[in-house]
Structures are given as structure tokens and as C-alpha cells.
Design a protein around this ligand. Structure first.
Ligand SMILES: [Zn+2]
Length: 136
């Protein structure tokens, strides 16, 4: 199954978006062991930081780009189709493809990759009165 952001944002509810995204495989960092430094090199690079910012802006700082789910901490960029170490080493386009990424929270990310209980994130986000937007 090949997922795209264009398809994702046509899905009307958060719960269905979550289902669409479920990859049921651990995140790269957990499976690459000693080779995880490639992962770290990518995620600390200026190119990634600027890409990350453009994703946050595009998704309005919202979890899975759902308008009523503003995030205030723990922002993460999830690749819809998980990237491999090979993709990173060979600098393949899927890494910096806007159609292959969505903004999410750490909690939602856990559900996507580890099938954590979705009820953890189905209650509306982590919003509290007086919160400021960290991403602005
Ligand atoms: Zn992910």
C-alpha cells in the first residue's frame, strides 16, 4: 500500500486518518542499531530542519493536519511510507517529499508504528487554555 498526503487530507476524521497511516513497524531508529547515526545525521541537518519547518507550516501545527488538533509540544514529522537506511544514504527523494510526510505528535506516532491503543490519542490532543504555539 502506497500512501500519499493528498489522499490523507481528503479523509475527514482523525480516527480514519490514523487507520490510513498505521504502518505497524518500529521506527527506523529502533531497528538500525549502530547504524542509527545516519538517522541522526539526517534529522540534525539544516536541510531537514528547514524541510521540517515547511511541513509544520503546511499542516498549521496540527496533528495529522486535522484543523481542530493543534499541537503544542513533541512535534514529529512522520513519513507516510517509511524510509529506509538505504534511502538516507542514497539521499532518495522520498525523504524530502512533501507528499510523503505529515506532522504528528509523539503519542500519535507511537500509535501509528506500534499499534498503541488509539484511545490514547482520540481524545482531543494536549490543548490547555492559555497555551502558546511553540511552532510560531
Ligand atoms: Zn513515523
Amino acid at each position: 500500500m502506497y500512501r500519499t498526503y493528498e489522499e490523507l487530507i481528503r479523509i475527514p476524521t482523525f480516527e480514519e486518518r490514523l487507520k490510513y497511516l498505521m504502518v505497524k513497524q518500529p521506527v527506523g531508529e529502533d531497528v538500525w542499531g549502530s547504524r542509527r547515526r545516519y538517522n541522526q545525521l539526517l534529522y540534525t541537518s539544516p536541510r531537514w530542519r528547514s524541510f521540517r519547518n515547511s511541513v509544520i507550516i503546511r499542516d498549521n501545527g496540527c496533528d495529522l493536519a486535522m484543523p481542530d488538533r493543534e499541537l503544542h509540544s513533541g512535534l514529529l514529522i512522520h513519513h507516510l511510507n517509511p524510509i529506509t537506511l538505504d534511502d538516507i544514504i542514497n539521499d532518495r527523494p522520498c525523504i524530502f517529499d512533501l507528499n510523503n510526510v505529515v506532522l504528528t505528535s509523539k503519542q500519535t506516532h507511537q500509535v501509528i508504528h506500534y499499534e498503541r491503543d488509539p484511545s490514547l490519542v482520540l481524545l482531543n490532543g494536549d490543548r490547555k487554555p492559555g497555551d502558546t504555539k511553540l511552532w510560531q
